[in-house]
Ligand binder design. Structure first.
Ligand SMILES: Nc1ncnc2c1ncn2[C@@H]1O[C@H](COP(=O)(O)OP(=O)(O)O)[C@@H](O)[C@H]1O
Ligand SMILES: [Mg+2]
Length: 581
């Protein structure tokens, strides 16, 4: 089955439980599957009108223009949003002005292959620059920016996070209609230094210096929210968000108020501000952090494992695990709710091999990492937000009642809501939990991170949506290298009173397929597998929430068998001693 945004929306979320089950016979479904695997409009490609040989359908060139004025650093949004950097500006500033292209279904089928649109869906890092679509975007932007007099002034005067939108993709790049979307909606949600100070009332000596964005030079856009920058002659990180800045302000407050720890990212040194176009507001658009160049554990672990045993040493694995557990205890004791524990939210220091925890936005992590009690709540939230058309009126009301009964006063954040200084941020599935439940949910995630550290794998499951640099065949809860005592510890951390059932679909190249097959299954079989899995998952989620709403002690068995953070630390320290670290 083709991996595209429609199939993702239909099969990767709980609403899939409401898809009508496949009814066609295996034979017919086989043909349907094969048809799905063929490029769209295949019959039409035989006509001259749509033929790739027809000059009208051929892109004149996809070579990098000599002296290209733009660069593509990565992408997000299922291959529709590209981090485009105007390298011809002497000091490109981190304005976060990305280029947006239409979804795959809007791109002429004759151009999809040559532009690598299928791979762009799941490629997010620097490898995007090698795809046809990146070269295409650079050619279009080169031409477009060359037509704007004083482009530097035009660009820097745009609202932060504005968008360059391509309305169409055509073989002839001169036919691309480009529009600039001014993000005044984002400007409205941005806050000034004064408004943040008024809310937080921090002592003036804990407040970072304030600097204008024009003083910061972009080196590379590493990630949607993270720019590698030069500031005052040093290489630093600038964190910013182009949507929902409430998460950025939450992270900023946590980092400014939490006492320091050697394994937690230090307080931001500067706040980055920019004058808004509307009104006279000078808004905080980001902040500056230390750059830890050792890489994330997600990337470092598989790299070191493949380099051999001398690179990924047992003593490093134990030390990192101990440092992480100590940092988590510190965070808990500081009264901070940390729900973002994942291997890509742990980086290694530049000079030493010490781990540093990052990412305090408090959004929560995906199903691969989260404890089942968290994913159950999230499934019901997701269904309660669905349309009546998708799940039916009776069911929708039932999910809303379940959610409201469970949330008991916590409110769901809306995408455009203003930041209002919530103590624990916005992750509703965590906000509903008691302190004890939160620690148990965190210990579950810690268990999965320990699994990754000791197996040298960057993620407990391979994602469907993103292809990481080094992926491994091994997935949680399979074992290869970890010592027995660590296996027992991880099993205890991840205990939840149910069998671990992986999502049945995986990505194979550009296709959405079933696990453990040779990708010859039909589209209907793929659909059936996902629907069946979601039906069981949603049923379990519903039962869990009903029981917990009636009486929290009835679901305690789900997490009460997990150790506390101190217990994990004790085991790790004893293991440390036993191996003589
Ligand atoms: N201080 C830092 N030093 C080095 N890399 C960082 C730093 N902060 C973030 N990164 C990189 O950027 C990625 C995204 O940063 P993160 O703070 O986790 O943002 P998000 O909330 O968008 O996930 C990280 O996974 C890491 O690769
Ligand atoms: Mg992160």
């Amino acid at each position: 089955m083709e991996l595209n945004s429609e199939n993702v929306a239909r099969l990767l979320y709980p609403v899939a439980a409401f898809e009508s089950p496949p009814t066609i016979s295996v034979d017919a479904s086989y043909k349907a599957g094969i048809a799905q695997l063929k490029p769209k409009n295949l019959t039409h490609t035989t006509t001259w009108e749509a033929s790739i040989l027809n000059p009208k359908n051929r892109i004149d060139s996809l070579a990098w223009p000599s002296n290209a004025k733009w660069r593509v650093d990565g992408s997000t949004g299922m291959g529709t949003q590209f981090y485009t950097v105007p390298i011809f500006l002497r000091h490109p500033i981190p304005m976060r002005i990305d280029t947006f292209i239409p979804e795959r279904k809007e791109i002429p089928p004759t151009l999809q292959a040559v532009l690598d649109i299928g791979s762009a869906f799941y490629t997010r890092d620097v490898r995007v620059a090698q795809l046809g679509i990146a070269r295409y975007i650079v050619r279009v932007l080169d031409r477009w920016s060359g037509q704007i007099s004083d482009f530097a002034a035009f660009y820097t005067n745009l609202p932060f996070g504005s968008r360059i939108v391509f309305h169409n993709i055509e073989a002839d790049i001169r036919s691309v209609r480009i529009q600039i979307l001014h993000t005044h909606f984002l400007e409205r949600q941005l806050l000034s230094v004064g408004s943040l100070q008024a809310m937080w009332k921090l002592p003036s000596d804990s407040w970072p210096a304030v600097t204008d964005i024009s003083k910061v030079t972009l080196v590379q856009q590493l990630h949607d929210s993270v720019s590698l920058v030069k500031y005052a002659g040093q290489t630093r990180i600038m964190k910013s968000l182009t949507s929902s800045p409430k998460y950025l302000y939450h992270e900023l407050r946590v980092l400014l108020t939490m006492s320091p720890h050697p394994n937690i990212i230090s307080k931001p040194s500067h706040l980055i501000v920019k004058q808004c176009n509307f009104g006279s507001k000078i808004a905080v658009v980001g902040f500056i952090l230390d750059y830890h160049s050792g890489g994330t554990l997600r990337d470092v672990l598989p790299l070191r494992r493949t380099l051999g045993t001398h690179s990924l040493r047992l003593q490093d694995q134990v030390v990192w695990s101990t440092q992480l557990t100590e940092a988590l205890i510190h965070i808990r004791d500081e009264g901070v709710m940390y729900c973002d524990l994942r291997l890509d939210n742990i980086v290694l220091g530049s000079k030493s091999d010490r781990i540093v925890m990052i990412d305090f936005e408090g959004r929560g992590v995906g199903t691969f990492m989260s404890a089942p009690e968290i994913t159950f709540i999230e499934h019901i939230h997701s269904l309660a937000r669905e349309s009546e058309e998708n799940v039916g009126q009776v069911e929708l009301n039932r999910y809303k009642r379940l959610r409201d009964g469970y949330m008991r006063g916590c409110s769901m954040p809306t995408p455009t809501e203003m930041y209002r200084n919530p103590r624990h941020g916005y992750c509703v599935s965590w906000l509903c939990l008691s302190e004890k439940e939160r620690e148990a949910a965190q210990v579950y995630m810690l268990g999965k991170v320990l699994w990754g550290i000791f197996e040298g794998v960057g993620s407990p499951e391979k994602g469907v949506m993103v292809e990481h640099l080094r992926e491994d065949a091994l997935e949680y809860p399979e074992w290869r290298n970890a010592p027995e005592i660590i296996r027992e510890l991880v099993n205890a951390c991840c205990s939840c009173g149910r069998r671990y059932e992986k999502f049945p679909l995986v990505r194979k190249g550009q296709l959405l397929c079933m696990r453990n097959t040779d990708a010859t299954e039909t589209a209907e079989q793929v659909r059936a597998a996902a629907i069946g899995w979601w039906k069981a998952e949603v049923h379990e989620a519903e039962e869990f929430l009903k029981q917990r709403t009636a009486d929290a002690s009835r679901v305690e068995h789900v997490f009460s068998a997990r150790p506390r953070l101190e217990d994990v630390l004790f085991v790790l320290r004893s293991f440390n001693k036993s191996i003589g670290v």
